[in-house]
Design a protein around this ligand. Structure first.
Ligand SMILES: [Zn+2]
Length: 299
């Protein structure tokens, strides 16, 4: 008799475990019918990619204020609440956003999370979106997460992803062709090390002022070394980061006679570009133009 009871209890427990394994966890569940998924992005890269894939089908917001520095941002209580209420939170990585773990801790039960860097190839440079193959994989991951949250609009997300993948393929080809024959292959960037993946992919050399975060000290010595390098190698053009103080690149330009051209990291944009909803593709086309002009490449 006792044996039977054990057998029945065992079967019941097994059935319960099976049923639990079938029940989707809340963060995997779709949003209610007729409700737009609430997508919260850490900074501009996940923001612009999510917008590109979602169009008007989701409500996409960004934690980092436009023009703010992404690596040393401190999340506000409002940011924690936004992530708590989000259906989807997209960020790059703990290396790019060391503050992401603080907001992740407040994610709601329904919040699905996409960590973009997880889909990128391993690299010393955490600015993984500066490689078009990585960006394609990240866009796919965002599209997949959106479809899980909003399966009735699967076709629209799929079409937007396809259009973006076509744009990425065109960009990749334009970079490959446009940076083949250049008078110089030396990119001197008066900014932080955000272009390691890009320069590596197109066989360009990179010297930057600071490391892969913005808070690396721009020591007087490092600036002096860079000026020395520019003079010694007769560099005609230096590249600057829009959101960095223009005074520094202006000073280096004055000292060396080099012209200054912009490069866009995409991870933060000016207020104007933000308000206009500048896209990843547009910023990367501007970067190609600057590189071709500055390095004197034959188109
Ligand atoms: Zn950066």
């Amino acid at each position: 008799m006792k044996k039977h009871l054990f057998a029945v209890l065992f079967l019941l427990a097994a059935a319960l475990l099976w049923w639990l394994s079938l029940a989707p966890r809340r963060h995997q569940m779709a949003v209610a019918e007729g409700k737009k998924p609430q997508v919260v992005a850490s900074g501009y890269v996940p923001y612009t990619l999510a917008k590109q894939i979602a169009g008007d089908l989701a409500q996409v917001s960004m934690l980092l204020p436009a023009n703010a520095e992404p690596h040393s941002f401190e999340p506000t209580p409002g940011a924690l609440i936004a992530v708590k209420n989000a259906d989807l939170f997209v960020y790059v990585s703990d290396r790019i956003e060391p503050w992401a773990k603080d907001v992740l801790a407040s994610a709601g039960e329904q919040t699905a999370v996409v960590q973009a860097a997880q889909y990128a190839a391993a690299s010393d440079d955490p600015h993984v979106w500066m490689d078009f193959d990585n960006t394609q994989k990240i866009a796919r991951a965002i599209a997949f997460a959106l479809i899980q949250k909003d399966p009735s609009n699967r076709a629209a997300y799929g079409a937007n992803l396809k259009a973006f993948e076509k744009e990425l393929a065109e960009l990749k080809e334009a970079y490959q062709k446009g940076l083949v024959s250049c008078r110089s292959r030396q990119v001197v960037h008066v900014g932080h090390l955000a272009f390691g993946n890009l320069t590596k992919n197109y066989n360009l050399s990179l010297s930057a002022l600071a490391g892969s975060s913005h808070d690396g000290e721009n020591s007087v010595r490092r600036v002096a070394e860079l000026i020395e390098f520019i003079k010694k190698n007769q560099i005609q053009t230096i590249f600057t980061e829009e959101t960095l103080s223009p005074r520094l690149s202006a000073a280096v330009a004055e000292e060396t006679g080099a012209q200054v051209l912009p490069l866009y990291t995409v991870e933060h944009v000016s207020k104007d570009d933000f308000d206009r909803g500048v896209t990843y593709g547009e910023l990367m086309r501007r970067n190609l133009e600057s590189l071709q002009r500055g390095l004197e490449c034959q188109a």
